[in-house]
Design a protein around this ligand. Structure first.
Ligand code: ADP
Ligand code: MN
Ligand code: MN
Ligand code: MN
Length: 373
């Protein structure tokens, strides 16, 4: 990769220091979600190896610097909810996923995990599984153009790039491979990767994950991708339509199944779920990512945003039943509407609310409105 050397991290020199003895201390990197749907993190030293999430202390940060709190009441609290082996620092060092809480004991308005988790807990007996297909695009760090594309021009039209092999057909496979390994090391349930239809657009899949773990693992996988990309001097965007015109957008297809869908005869439960989804199209679309209207045009393997549709093996429908699922009569379905920049807690939350039933003390539509209030 040719980049201005000043923006590259000197990972080769760093590796010498990563071998130094930590004298029994560990480093915990606390990760949270900010007001713009990006991850933030900061590290702290802990005196011993962590074996349970309950051992991790609560912490805080300056929410006025992240758009999460006013300057005159700026402390936002970080409550650890899950931790993962740190693929950068290795050893007993960990990455800690946190929920954000306000000073008055209420969840921060960008903490959608808390509300989502109420629904996941209430419907735990249905053993809902998700699989998210995270598409994203790489950008040049200097001018923000699509990574690797000819300056001031375009590559040849789409066609050879999807799952492409060979020079000029794929870009930055090193970044993607490094991220894959980092996810495996961290214990993220990454199930695969592929190059996408637009050159420099890629996808990774996380899942199946049960309940709240889906949102947790997708956020950690995104965090790891951004960290890996720093070292290579490449930018990542989760925008659903990074480039207007005849270029594919980026989505986050959401695959779903409950225990009853996964056993023989499960097609009935799948059809019932799709029927329920068809009645809440607007409510779902509202939570399926910003700028999704630029992507859901009815072209480039998407359905129109205006109406709900479904079909077997149909990549132009809102919801697709995979051909193999139809053939076996049970399995899962795929909601193709969510954009690449979703908050997975909102999407998996409303999915459970619609498919498994609402509960008195949670409402994903109101939860989303809270963030813009
Ligand atoms: P596509 O053909 O749409 O590109 P992918 O192979 O990229 O499909 O992604 C399929 C996703 O579905 C993966 O994340 C996988 O973990 C997930 N998945 C597989 N089986 C199930 C299931 N029973 N319930 C929910 N998700 C599932
Ligand atoms: Mn896919
Ligand atoms: Mn894809
Ligand atoms: Mn898909």
């Amino acid at each position: 990769m040719v980049q201005e050397i000043s923006i590259l991290e000197h990972t080769n020199i760093l590796s010498k220091y990563l071998d130094l003895d930590q004298r029994g201390k560990i480093v915990a990197e606390y990760v949270w979600i900010d007001s713009s749907g990006e991850t933030r993190s900061k590290g702290r030293t802990l005196s011993k190896k962590i074996t349970d999430v309950s051992q991790l202390p609560e912490w805080n940060f300056d929410g006025s610097s992240t758009g999460q709190a006013p300057g005159d009441n700026s402390d936002v609290y970080l409550r650890p909810v899950a931790y993962y082996p740190d693929p950068f620092r290795k050893g007993d060092n960990i990455i800690v996923l946190c929920e954000c809480w306000n000073n008055d004991g209420t969840p921060n308005k960008f903490n959608h995990r808390h509300e989502c988790n109420k629904l996941m807990t209430a419907h735990a007996s249905e053993q809902i599984w998700f699989g998210l297909e995270q598409e994203y695009t790489l950008l040049d760090p200097v001018d923000g153009s699509i990574y690797g594309w000819p300056k001031g021009g375009f590559p040849a039209p789409q066609g050879p790039y999807y799952c492409g092999v060979g020079t000029g057909k794929v870009y930055a496979r090193d970044v993607i491979e490094a991220h894959y390994r980092a996810c495996l090391y961290a214990g993220v349930t990454i199930s695969g990767i592929n190059a996408e239809v637009m050159p420099s657009q890629w996808e990774f899949q996380v899942g199946p994950c049960e309940g709240i773990k889906m949102g947790d693992e997708l956020w950690i996988a995104r965090y790891l991708l951004n960290r890996v990309a720093e070292e290579f001097g490449v930018k990542v965007t989760f925008h659903p339509k990074p480039l207007k015109g005849d270029w594919n957008g980026a989505g986050c297809h959401t695959n779903v199944s409950t225990a009853s869908m996964r056993k023989p005869g499960g097609m009935k439960a799948i059809e019932e779920a799709i029927e329920k989804l068809s009645k809440r199209h607007k409510e779902h679309i509202a939570l399926y990512g910003s700028d999704n209207d630029l992507r859901l045009t009815g072209r480039h393997e998407t359905a129109s945003m205006e109406s709900f549709s479904y079909g077997v093996a149909n990549r132009g429908a809102s919801v697709r039943i995979p051909r193999s699922v139809q053939a076996e009569g049970y399995g899962y379905f795929e909601d193709r509407r969510p954009a690449s920049n979703i908050d997975p807690y909102l999407v998996t939350g409303i999915m459970v609310e619609t498919v498994c039933g609402s509960i008195p003390d949670a409402d994903m539509t109101k939860e989303y409105q809270r963030q813009s209030a």
